[in-house]
Ligand binder design. Structure first.
Ligand SMILES: *Cc1c(COP(=O)(O)O)cnc(C)c1O
Length: 344
């Protein structure tokens, strides 16, 4: 049991391997953090109406949302809820998948039922339903999907949720802002077993402060709140979230830059005859080929960090690159170009 391996990257370079915001947080967040005094550090955080503000941001009611210490904690809380007190229970994970699903299931001594995506990384709801057993307590869905950037069909998601009323469906929307759509309204209206996960790490630029949210029907949120520590969002994160929610412009600007960056990356791939998956998120999965490890290392040697995903099922020869601010993407693609030319 090894847990999560933190990927390496030097701090100075162009970090395009963890789908972070390439420009960091909004300047207004920094101002808010600078205004905090010694008591802010010394006292337990006073959240005031923070959860209400976050709920309003997502268009839900306050009792339909719980804030978490990053979405990772939301995944862990979901697993605690699903697995506590159960001797034999399992989770369905569709691979390739975000690493923390398995880490948290394993931490709660759950077993993993693996479903491979079909060739070309196509999602199959039938395969997920077929893999679900009587002891299945959680089904993990991820939309847009990391690492392919592909989207789920909402009818498929609804069918899966209805097929397993005794399981929780963790609907991971870490990249939903980039896709411009959300399963939240359907989950709240029709699916008591669906928990939607959101994060402020990716398009809001708050990965270092650790902030996520779980959204579900009120009864479910009450159950989750009971297993989340009372002060898991710290005072700095709380202040940052308030400032972020008051600066929609900053987020919107990044979302449109990311969309334009994706187009640049697609054009680059076409020019170099590299296969790629059109993405609804802030990253693109590219099939570089057998030399993907050497290419990733050559990029890193020039301070451009991308993620070699070639060991993931269905991702042979692939790397994943973040589509952030346009200038960062242009700079990265210029280096990529040199590396590819040198390799040929
Ligand atoms: C980044 C990511 C998360 C975790 O977000 P944090 O808020 O940083 O914990 C969850 N799910 C997916 C698919 C992600 O890519």
């Amino acid at each position: 049991m090894s847990g999560y391996q933190r990927p390496y990257a030097a701090s100075g370079g162009l970090r395009l391997h963890l789908n972070e915001h390439t420009g960091g947080c909004s300047p207004r967040v920094l101002e808010a953090l600078r205004r905090l005094d010694s008591l802010a550090a010394g006292l337990y955080p006073d959240y005031g109406n923070l959860a209400e503000q976050a709920a309003a941001w997502f268009g839900v009611k306050p009792d339909e949302l719980a804030l978490t210490n990053g979405l990772d904690e939301g995944i862990l809380a979901t697993c605690v809820l699903a697995f506590r007190g159960r001797a034999s229970a399992d989770a369905v994970i569709v691979e390739p998948a975000f690493d923390m699903y398995e880490v948290c299931v394993t931490a709660m001594t759950g077993a993993v039922r693996r479903v491979r995506m079909r060739p070309g990384l196509r999602f199959s709801a039938d395969d997920v339903i077929a893999a679900t057993g009587p002891e299945t307590r959680v089904i993990f869905l991820n939309d847009p999907h990391n690492p392919s950037g592909t989207q789920l069909d909402y009818e498929d998601a609804a069918r899966i949720a209805r097929s397993a009323p005794g399981a929780l469906v963790f609907y991971d929307e870490a990249y939903a802002e980039f896709a411009g759509r959300s399963f939240i309204p359907r989950a709240l209206a029709d699916h008591p077993n669906v928990i939607v996960g959101r994060t402020f790490a990716k398009c809001y630029g708050l990965a270092g402060l650790r902030l996520g949210a779980l959204i579900a029907q009120p009864q479910r949120i009450a159950e989750l709140t009971a297993v989340i520590p009372p002060y898991s969002v710290n005072a700095y994160a709380a202040a940052a979230l308030r400032a972020t929610l008051a600066d929609r412009e900053y987020v919107d600007a990044y979302i449109s830059q990311s969309a334009a960056s994706r187009e640049l990356i697609y054009a680059f791939c076409r020019e170099h005859q590299l296969a790629f998956w059109p993405s609804a998120a802030n990253f693109v999965l590219i099939r570089v080929g057998d030399n993907v490890g050497a290419v990733t290392n050559a990029l890193a040697a020039r301070d451009v960090f991308v993620r070699d995903r070639s060991n993931e099922p269905g991702c042979d020869g692939c790397l994943r690159i973040t589509a952030g601010r346009l200038d960062d993407t242009r700079a990265a693609l210029a280096v990529f170009e040199e590396v590819l030319c040198a390799a040929r």
